[in-house]
Design a protein around this ligand. Sequence first.
Ligand code: A2H
Length: 256
Amino acid sequence: EGIGVQEYTCVKLQTLEWSDRAKEVLGDKIPKDAKVYFIPATLRPETVYGMTCCFVGPKVNYGVFSLSPEKNEYVVATPRAARNMAYQNLSPGWGVITKIAGLVGSDLVGTLVNAPLSAYKDGIRILPMESLKDNKGTAVVACVPSDSPDDYATTLELQKKPEFYGIKKEWVDKEIVPLIETPKGNLIAKTLYEELGINSPKDAKPLAEAKEVAYKLGFYQGTMIFGDYAGKSVQDARTLVGKQLSDEDLAFKYAE
Ligand code: A2H
């Protein structure tokens, strides 16, 4: 980790239906009428249109933490993220952490969540990403396979072996819609995955390169071709989508 501060946008994906395993573990721990959000931390809020699912680390420990008692809102995050949030006015009080339940990522797989601005109005699934780091952001990642090579790699892997990962094929078989036109076409993640001869999410080195190239081309030279800000530069859209999501109380800033 560097010495700089990274500012993420956490998008609020409201839980619509818990997985069977999560239901068992949670029992009656979630208060009545509570809203529980998965909060993927993203550097690219303008890509929310292309969310096809949401990733957790299957072996990572998560908790359900109070975000706002007034609004009866809770978040799923790592204890580490909850601690950071408690000093950013994202908890019941300064430095106050209220954990109401603990789960491991694999318990959460299959949970259905709402995906604001995405094409999937009936929601998207929580799916496993083995390469996800437990010490970055909230350890929850919005899967945008059009623009993130890591997300594309895990999507292909899950599509190849759904039974092995304990998921239904239809949860991961989603159309990948082009969001951003770049100097290397409009499905930059797929293009780089193929160009660099990547075969799996375990190909860490070429994936790191793909991630860097995709980020540079998409962020600095990309133009939106989908959604409310089609025609605008990615940098402008990033600000506009970020603002729209916060105004609608569908996202908040989180730094670490
Ligand atoms: B980004 P940085 Cl479309 N483990 O969001 C692994 N990856 C994580 C993570 C974790 N615990 N927490 C966040 N991330 C991902 C969107 C996106 C992202 C696109 C393109 C590039 C991209 C959709 N996924 O990131 O190390 C999240 O994926 C490329 C840099 O803090 C987050 O933004 O620089 C990004 O990594 C944060 O990475």
